[in-house]
Design a protein around this ligand. Sequence first.
Ligand code: BDP
Length: 705
Amino acid sequence: MLLRSLLLLLAVVAAAPRCVADDGYRLWLKYDRVADASRLAQYRAAAQFVAASGGDAVLTTAAAELQRGLQGLLGQAVPRLAAPASTKRGILLAIDPSANVSGSSASRDGYQISAQGKNLVVKGRSGAGVLYGVFALLRQLQTGQSVANLSLTSSPRIQYRLLNHWDNPNGTVERGYAGSSIWKWNELPQRLDPRYTDYARANASIGINGVAINNVNASARYLTAEYLDKVKALAGVMRPYGIRVYLSVFWAAPKVIGGLKTADPLDPQVQQWWKAKTDEIYRAIPDFGGFLVKANSEGEPGPQDYGRNHADGANMLATALGTHDGIVMWRAFVYKAGSDDRFKQAYEEFKPLDGKFSPKVLVQVKNGPIDFQAREPFHPLFGAMPQTPLVLEVQITQEYLGMATHLVYLAPMFKECLDADTQTKGPGSTVARVVDGSLDQHRLSGIAGVANIGTDRNWTGHPMGQANWYAFGRLAWDYTLPSAAIAKEWTQMTLTREPKAVATIVELMDRSRDVYVRYTTPLGLHHIMGQNIHYGPEPWLAQAGRPDWTAVYYHKADSLGLGFNRTATGSNALALYSAGVQQQWGNPTTCPLNYLLWFHHVGWKQPLRTGRTLWNELVTRYYTGADSVTWMQQRWASVQPAVDPALHADVAARLAIQRREALWWRDACVLYFQTFSKQPIPAPFAPPTRTLADVKTLVNLYQLK
Ligand code: BDP
């Protein structure tokens, strides 16, 4: 009797849904059992087996992932068979190089999902294609879509979809806000942290197919035999997920670890060193992706140290790659001290090199001309180098966007750049079409996101930061997806399926970036953040290592007005854009207000098209921006019943910090700029209750060593 009750008790406990606080580790791949009974029945009927034949490693990953997903979502194990079972309905996985994957490109990564008789078939042009198809199918189930007569085809628009890790050998992450580096160099290659596999799965689920694992401010150490052994071990974890490993390289490595006297790209010994090193890498990692290079930028060495240019450097590495299937991504993030306008630097160095790069080289360009500010106009190099494939680099880690305390959903920002029309080949010459290669018929195309991933249990510090990792991958695959649609699928897979809560969260996410811009850098202000740490406001910063690291260099506030005159009467950086763009942005009455102070020095009392003067508009944006954080808090509070309690509390607490810091930004900027405008705070807003001196002490606190 006792035994029977005990067994009964055990059975009850085992059957009960597991009730653990959601620590965020599972990201959007939760695979919790489907709650809707009719959907569950539909899925169970359609997925009684998984059939896949062949030994392709990525196909094997796909089959295992499908089984894992189905087991969770359906609440029952689904067997894998070598061939379809005639009496049952199931899901067939197959590699078919001629699968009809639609899309603009004939990518090997494309997939097709269709009904075939009573079964569903997921075909890919390669193992990776099948894996992406499986994740697409699982996404259908996770978001509660019907699978009856399912027909989906998709192919990525961009070929190289990379995360860039700014991780250092000592475990720190440059501009990382989610703990330490996930790579445990001291343990590699003997111990493979299970987290590497979970990381690879997450990336594959959103179509990412490459990772540059180390900081662009690179250590030469990664090229030593000792470290290549470790990199090889990581590559082995990534490979079954269709992900290739890339390395950021330190330009002076031939000197530092090679014992040479020079790193001159035209020196035969240097060339030989890189060739031998590259061959050594490919012997260890046959599918090695290639090199990412930051050279002659922010103190890093480069070919200019020897009187050579970026093309000399990049082409030397391309020659070293030889017939290996790898590429060079050469960064265009360069600026020299002493220029009148940093905005123009990269353009001036790179534009003349268009046509001089070897076919294996892509030039990697940040979304905007300065440096990952909360809002930048698109980089003028997009459209200006038609003979060179350009990689778009965006920052997923929120260096200038509130790190891991501010909720800022970045898809709208990424899309703002991708959708921007360079007009270089007439209307419709968008940045996206430059990047995907279609505008200038390039064979290679790439996009890179600087990762926001660390050892925090939930990967990204801010739980909502996961959405930015997710959105980057989805947009890299298909930049036409709307931000809100991506936010919706992420929310449904990650936070809740309750429709009202989903709608609320999506709205909050989709507005969050604009809110952030309003309370930090409205109307086109930029680079007025705290020195070095890049956190909080410091618009009064006038002394730094270089003038273009101060704030006053950029906002140019004086008794007359505010903003950087980049028209012909100023630095004339506007001349770097096509005629159509110049025409619109060059005139303050037609320049979008979001870019106004990027290009114009506007009088404090100048009326804007909102009907307010510049000063009043500025104050209005700072105040309404900060108040919108209260709105975000209220919206978040309203979804409390639908979201995991621990996660809800975590986000609520971070929103409270965000509110405090939005007021910090507001007061700092309004009080500081008021010393120039000499204008009162307009009604209905109440002047800050603290003084500028009070606010300045807060900045100092954040910069305590
Ligand atoms: C800046 C970061 C710096 C990076 C640099 C880069 O502050 O840490 O090294 O970008 O992209 O925004 O190279």
